[in-house]
Design a protein around this ligand. Structure first.
Ligand SMILES: [Cu+2]
Length: 128
């Protein structure tokens, strides 16, 4: 293949990958989704783990006993290796299923932060 042509193709591929990653991270940062329900006096916050955590940022109520549900669905990336420092929690999740983590009664203004073992993916739940 012509050297010039291959350079053009390679830079086009790199550029489009960059755009995909860039736009993806913008949307993930902006969204603040409603992902919690209160059932029988317990608040459940659901976060999906697959190629990162979703929603990356969410808000829930403080002052209610709360459980975090981490859902995996054919997850084979490092978001399986979850750590929540404030809870002293660290676990390799199963590739398919739901992990229920009791986080006690959250206090307003103290967010809950989860991170993958590599520190590459993270999520935060704010309480108010
Ligand atoms: Cu990671």
């Amino acid at each position: 293949m012509d050297k010039k042509v291959s350079i053009i193709i390679i830079s086009a591929i790199i550029l489009s990958i960059g755009i995909i990653i860039f736009s993806g991270s913008i949307f993930k940062n902006v969204t603040d989704t409603q992902n919690s329900v209160i059932k029988d006096g317990i608040q459940y916050i659901t976060i999906e783990a697959k190629g990162g955590y979703s929603p990356r940022k969410s808000t829930a109520k403080a002052g209610i006993p709360t459980k975090l549900i981490i859902k995996t669905n054919d997850t084979y990336d490092c978001s399986l290796a979850l750590a929540i420092k404030s809870l002293n929690y660290q676990k390799i999740l199963s590739q398919n299923g739901e992990e229920i983590i009791d986080i006690g009664t959250p206090v307003a203004g103290s967010p809950l932060r989860g991170v993958c073992s590599m520190g590459m993916y993270n999520f935060v739940v704010n309480f108010n």
